[in-house]
Design a protein around this ligand. Sequence first.
Ligand SMILES: CC(C)(COP(=O)(O)OP(=O)(O)OC[C@H]1O[C@@H](n2cnc3c(N)ncnc32)[C@H](O)[C@@H]1OP(=O)(O)O)[C@@H](O)C(=O)NCCC(=O)NCCS
Length: 300
Amino acid sequence: MGRLRVFKERDIPELVSLCNNHMEFDRLSETLFREKVLEDPAYNPELVLVYENDNRITGFIDGVAREIHGEKIGYVKLMVVDRNFRRKGIGTKLYKTLEERLRALGMRKMRIYDVPFNYFMPGIDPRYTPALAFFEVHGFKRFADTANMVVDLENQVFDTSEEEKDFYVKGIEIRRADYDDRDELMDFIEEYFTLWRYEVLRAYNSIPVSIHIALHEGKIKAFSAHNVNNLGTGWFGPMGTHPDLQGKGIGSVLLKRCLQDMKEWGLKKSIIPWVGPIRFYSRYANAVVERVFWRYEKIL
Ligand SMILES: CC(C)(COP(=O)(O)OP(=O)(O)OC[C@H]1O[C@@H](n2cnc3c(N)ncnc32)[C@H](O)[C@@H]1OP(=O)(O)O)[C@@H](O)C(=O)NCCC(=O)NCCS
């Protein structure tokens, strides 16, 4: 007989194995698992559920609640059922319990995987075809596509010194952000890119700080960051330039500075997730689409 219960921290090693053995297109370390589940800014253990058969974990769902631009949205951030226990209703029990709890918290819609602030993947990789069937059966509709791009760091150099000299002459300074910039940077992000505040703050945990900025006449007008999600795996972003300074090449320099950081950290590739401006990344970093994701939504 199986039973559903709330996740406990001691389940982590078994859950990491469950994910790695039964999600054929992904790998999670224990550190990454902790980042996704326990370090979520709205971690609520009542929304993280496991299913057991004879004291062995056979299913898992990680849910979170968010308020995004005033809208209450519930998310599935991670979900997996042991291959040998599929089509027995375990996924349904986990999902339905989560949905019920998220409804009780006032959520108005559900989404899959594309969780702002802290996410593993920005939607369902359609090669997880049973997941497409599963969520469609549970009332979800596909509403968008997105992609992760990959940049080869080994065979490229990202030297921006010449461009930076040209910008300097025009009153634009480009450099790494430090703690003295933090308040001004956060105010800038709050005004133009509100949803990225949390992620950019996290970049202050990297040594050195994994944020580069452009200042025009001494004021921050653009930024790029990396190592804020899926730490240590080469994830780039977010980045943003003030609307008045877009189209002048500042973003490309800021992008390359982050890529150079990752190259110096010894990473062989960088992932540019949840894209976005494919042409920009293709042009300036020879990034190519590595994976596509389908985004699903259900109105509650
Ligand atoms: C998606 C997943 C969690 C479903 O778990 P599950 O326990 O097998 O789901 P259920 O038994 O509750 O399935 C409920 C219904 O979904 C549909 N469904 C599930 N898998 C299906 C498949 N392979 N083909 C067609 N329909 C399927 C069926 O309608 C099924 O009902 P039925 O068996 O009575 O026909 C599981 O396939 C899985 O772990 N996949 C790998 C990881 C993954 O894709 N995670 C989600 C990524 S977003």
